[in-house]
Design a protein around this ligand. Structure first.
Ligand SMILES: Cc1ncc(C[n+]2csc(CCOP(=O)(O)OP(=O)(O)O)c2C)c(N)n1
Length: 214
């Protein structure tokens, strides 16, 4: 199986319908982050971070600006350090594929308070919509299951989002959910770009040194 081969039927190189997906990523993220309470969020680079910003910039969202493959390990560190808080990693399939080893470490550590949601458009969106391995059948939920995640899901319809939301906010983790989303490029909504600001405001909000908006 070569990544240079054409994407499977139902997928288009220029964007559009990813295999089996009809969900808009912005709608999914808005629903997961509505009334987020004191949820800690790590946003994978690029589109996932824009989706989080579109849902409302928040001091307890840490957006990765270019650190591809790091999101799940960052979420794991937070979840282990703060077992009293729920942690959500929201990331793309390309980003998750680059940091695949993180799934094995999460499986071994088994943090109950960690959820990883992969917004799977089966594309490297930001660099030109090249098909990723998931366009060729690689199943990240199966990888996570094999690594020992307590719960895995593949979400393809809007009716499943409330259940995913419950699992993220209150379920027993670690959870990995693959959400099949359309390969589309909604308008850019950028979070703050200053890494020091992002780190400091997250740290201060987590330490209770500033009120975090609900
Ligand atoms: C180490 C590294 N390699 C490549 C890039 C370039 N890059 C930025 S975003 C991106 C694609 C991300 O794809 P995915 O995580 O699937 O996000 P989406 O398709 O939702 O935009 C790539 C390859 C990078 N930032 N870092």
């Amino acid at each position: 199986m070569s990544l240079a081969s054409p994407p499977p039927e139902g997928a288009t190189r220029a964007g559009g319908r990813a295999h089996g997906a009809a969900l808009h990523r912005r709608d999914v993220v808005a629903e997961l982050l509505a009334d987020r309470g004191d949820l800690l969020v790590v946003a994978g680079l690029g589109a996932s971070a824009w989706d989080c910003a579109a849902a409302g910039d928040h001091p307890l969202t840490f957006s990765l600006w270019g650190g591809m493959g790091q999101a799940t390990m960052m979420g794991l560190g937070l979840a282990l350090a703060r077992r009293d808080r729920r942690v959500l990693v929201l990331t793309g399939d390309g980003e998750m594929l680059m940091g695949l080893g993180a799934l094995a470490t999460v499986g071994v550590q088994g943090p109950q308070n960690l959820a990883v949601v992969v917004l799977d458009n089966e594309r490297y969106g930001e660099t030109g919509m090249q098909p990723t391995h998931t366009a060729h059948g690689v199943d990240l939920s199966a990888v996570a299951r094999a690594c020992g995640f307590r719960r895995t899901m593949v979400v393809t319809s809007g009716q499943e989002i409330p259940g995913l939301r419950t699992a993220v906010h209150t379920g027993d983790g670690p959870l990995l959910a693959v959400v099949k989303v359309l390969a589309e490029s909604p308008p850019l909504v950028l979070p703050p770009r200053d890494g020091l600001l992002l780190k400091e405001r997250f740290r201060r909000a987590l330490a209770g040194e500033m009120p975090a908006p609900q």
